[in-house]
Design a protein around this ligand. Structure first.
Ligand SMILES: NC(=O)c1ccc[n+]([C@@H]2O[C@H](COP(=O)([O-])OP(=O)(O)OC[C@H]3O[C@@H](n4cnc5c(N)ncnc54)[C@H](OP(=O)(O)O)[C@@H]3O)[C@@H](O)[C@H]2O)c1
Length: 254
């Protein structure tokens, strides 16, 4: 198959819906074979896989709230696909936890859960993938962070902290893994039209959220997928270590 990702094998976590599903669809359309990862939504992941262009795709389940499953997940993906060229750490969760409204037990429980899924599990997956990629002679890792790491998340500080950690880890690994021909990137989307943002976008705050961008809208999942596919393609090599904003100028950082 021709396309910018022809012959590449890619694992996309959280690909049963939302941004991850859009990434899987676009990667396959550009010639990749894709491992579609899910947590609880196997039927949706199978539907995503069945809709992918080309063949040789696979579906793998794993609950990343237990980060120790990371190594097995990478092993399954590399085994099913034959090798692993690209890892996209996209799976993530948001749970509200306003500081003054929760007791200390619930506050810590939410911090632990969010950090496990959004940061520690991606760290486990990065390490396991890097070992496979180093053996193969190279690879790409793309971590889906968030604008919230820079702009703040007043009602979800653990979410903002997890994404700031993910950005920082991506930069450190870009340096550590360069000699193995592994490039590492983070992207930092603003609001995207998915289940994660649905209730907020449909609430009374929805219009104000859209107005954060001078384009008066939020991103479509496909717009994020375009950036991920670009980073996965060979031409993006020298962008390693970058944190790429995808936020419609809703937040400008220096
Ligand atoms: N939407 C936004 O506004 C926005 C903005 C900035 C950044 N992001 C980031 O973009 C990424 C994708 O977000 P999205 O909006 O597409 O989210 P979404 O629609 O809520 O989908 C979340 C995905 O993550 C998977 N997932 C959830 N909990 C998991 C767990 N414990 N273990 C493994 N997988 C799990 C889900 O799998 P199942 O469905 O199978 O359970 C699903 O595929 C996230 O990292 C998010 O933080 C989103």
């Amino acid at each position: 198959m021709s396309g910018a990702l022809a012959g590449k094998t890619c694992l996309v976590t959280g690909a049963s819906r939302g941004i991850g599903a859009a990434i899987a669809v676009m990667m396959a359309a550009q010639g990749a074979r894709v491992a579609v990862h899910y947590c609880s939504n196997k039927a949706a992941a199978v539907t995503v896989k069945e809709g992918l262009v080309g063949d040789g795709h696979t579906v793998i389940g794993a609950d990343l709230s237990d980060p120790s499953c990371g190594e097995a997940l990478i092993g399954r993906a590399a085994g099913d696909l034959g090798r692993l060229d690209v890892l996209v750490n996209n799976a993530g969760i948001y749970l509200p936890h306003p500081a003054l409204e929760l007791d200390s037990e619930e506050w810590l429980s939410r911090w632990n859960k969010i950090l496990s899924v959004n940061l520690v599990a991606p760290a486990a997956l990065c390490q396991a993938a890097a070992k496979v990629m180093a053996e193969q002679g190279g690879g790409r890792i793309i971590n889906v962070g968030s604008r919230g790491a820079f702009r703040g998340e007043p009602d979800g500080p653990a979410y903002g902290a997890s994404k700031a950690g993910l950005h920082s880890m991506s930069q450190s690994l870009a340096v550590a893994l360069a000699k193995e021909n592994i490039q590492v990137f983070a992207i930092a989307p603003g609001f995207v039209e998915t289940d994660m943002a649905k209730s907020l976008l449909e609430s009374a705050a929805g219009e104000a959220i859209k107005a954060q961008s001078p384009m008066n809208r939020v991103a479509r999942p496909e717009e994020v997928a375009e950036v991920v596919c670009f980073l996965a393609a060979t031409e993006a090599e020298f962008m390693t270590g970058g944190i790429i904003d995808v936020n419609g100028a809703s937040y400008l950082r220096s």
